[in-house]
Ligand binder design. Structure first.
Ligand SMILES: NC(=O)c1ccc[n+]([C@@H]2O[C@H](COP(=O)([O-])OP(=O)(O)OC[C@H]3O[C@@H](n4cnc5c(N)ncnc54)[C@H](OP(=O)(O)O)[C@@H]3O)[C@@H](O)[C@H]2O)c1
Length: 386
């Protein structure tokens, strides 16, 4: 029985993880999890899974549970994510909280010798060099949950590295793939949240609409697999059936294709290195009528070019890219800036905030903080970009 901790069980990835845990009750035991605000769901899951420790990261909810639970310890506040991953019966940690706040529990899980099923891409984008050093030091098994990276992980494992010329991440193109570019400035939050193929949390859905999610994923792929930015490509694939492609030196392309449902990569990452033992869903290739691929229009998706720019610059530039985006997307979701202001704010932050190459977590956190405060000041200033 493998002990599982899920950070952010109440989100989209968290809910899909629960589906997988229900399908494989004989293989996995949920030992700890967190919610931020959804304490009602936490109650239901405590009754169903009897975990040892649960964290409610919104400390304003302290006391909501009273003293009803005798065999489950309830903790409050964001720092308690670290307690969850340190539970001794936990073997694998699914990092499914949203945003760069995932870093501290991820580091704690690496240091505690746990396997990491990493969904929280912002952690790798922001702190990539640091996380990679720790993974190497502790010989950590880190398996990507992001569908594209999980697909590539599986493809790369089957091929000699020297035989791979390039890797390709597919992108659906998001909610506005066919909208006239001049209308992008006036799109609403509701329109942005209407993703054509995936059902995901609000932040990543907005990220997807501008291909900023793909930009984050390009940087994530660089840190996960060690390919240079010239070797990582992006194609628009509206059907979201093919998730990753590797191109071999002889010019052949190997694709990983599956129905767009997060249960596939989540089950793979939980079972790995054991193969997932039973069919999760039957979808025959004959039902996939069309697989289209075409290059992204960078005029429509300026955030993708900015991600490559930040990735190539290295140092804290990816952290600045991520923090600026997190702040800008939050402002967009609050209907305080336009959709097109998001990449403009990121670009300004990349131009204004000096790059550096910190050795430790504090150095990265400082830049993260500096960037967030820069974006807030830009917003208050009502600068031309907004
Ligand atoms: N959704 C996908 O299909 C998908 C695919 C690949 C990768 N990812 C990545 O996985 C991560 C989660 O995405 P998601 O779509 O599942 O997000 P989501 O649906 O928005 O869920 C976010 C989770 O984080 C919790 N949370 C919110 N604010 C928090 C805070 N201040 N402190 C601690 N926890 C907090 C939420 O708790 P409450 O709901 O209780 O407030 C929820 O459990 C992201 O990094 C995303 O990029 C997602």
């Amino acid at each position: 029985m493998v002990g599982v901790s899920v950070l952010g069980i109440s989100g989209s990835v968290g809910s899909s993880t629960v589906k997988v845990l229900r399908q494989f009750r004989d293989s996995f035991s949920l030992r700890s999890f967190s919610v931020h605000s959804n304490w009602e769901l936490a109650k239901t899951l405590i009754d169903e899974f009897s975990p040892e420790v649960v964290s409610v990261t919104d400390s304003q909810l302290a006391g909501k549970f009273g003293s009803k639970y005798k065999s489950t310890t309830i903790l409050y506040g964001e720092d308690t994510l670290i307690d969850l991953v340190q539970v001794t019966t936990v073997d694998v940690v699914v990092t499914a909280v949203v945003g760069a706040r995932g870093v501290k529990p991820t580091i704690a899980a690496i240091e505690a010798g746990k396997k990491i099923a990493i969904a929280n891409k912002e952690t790798l984008v922001t702190f990539g060099p640091l996380i990679n050093r720790l993974v190497a030091k502790h010989n950590t098994l880190m398996v990507p949950v992001d569908s594209e990276h999980n697909a590539l992980f599986q493809l790369i494992e089957r091929e000699k590295r020297t035989n791979i010329r390039a890797i390709t991440l597919t992108a659906s193109g998001g909610s506005f793939r066919t909208l006239p570019i001049e209308e992008l400035e006036h799109v609403s939050v509701k329109q942005a949240l209407n993703h054509p193929t995936w059902s995901m949390g609000p932040k990543i859905t907005v990220d997807s609409a501008g291909l900023i999610n793909k930009g984050l994923e390009v940087i994530e792929a660089h840190f996960l697999f060690g390919f240079s930015y010239d070797e990582i490509e992006v194609v628009i694939h509206p059907q979201s059936l093919t998730h990753g492609i590797i191109e071999t030196v002889d010019g052949a392309c190997l694709q990983y294709t599956s129905h767009p449902d997060m249960i596939f990569p989540i089950a793979h990452s939980l079972f790995y290195p054991t193969p997932t033992p039973k069919m999760l869903m039957e979808r025959k290739p004959s039902t996939w009528k069309t697989l289209e691929f075409f290059p992204p229009d960078l005029g429509r998706y300026p955030g993708l070019s900015l991600a490559y720019q930040a990735g190539r610059a290295g140092g804290v530039a990816p952290s600045v890219f991520n923090a600026a985006n997190e702040e800008a997307v939050a402002l967009f979701l609050e209907e305080r800036i336009s959709f097109t202001a998001i990449p403009k704010l990121i670009e300004n932050a990349l131009n204004k905030i000096s790059n550096s190459f910190p050795e430790d977590l504090e150095g990265y956190l400082e830049k993260d903080k500096e960037t967030r405060s820069y974006i807030q000041k830009e917003f208050v200033r009502g600068g031309v970009t907004i």
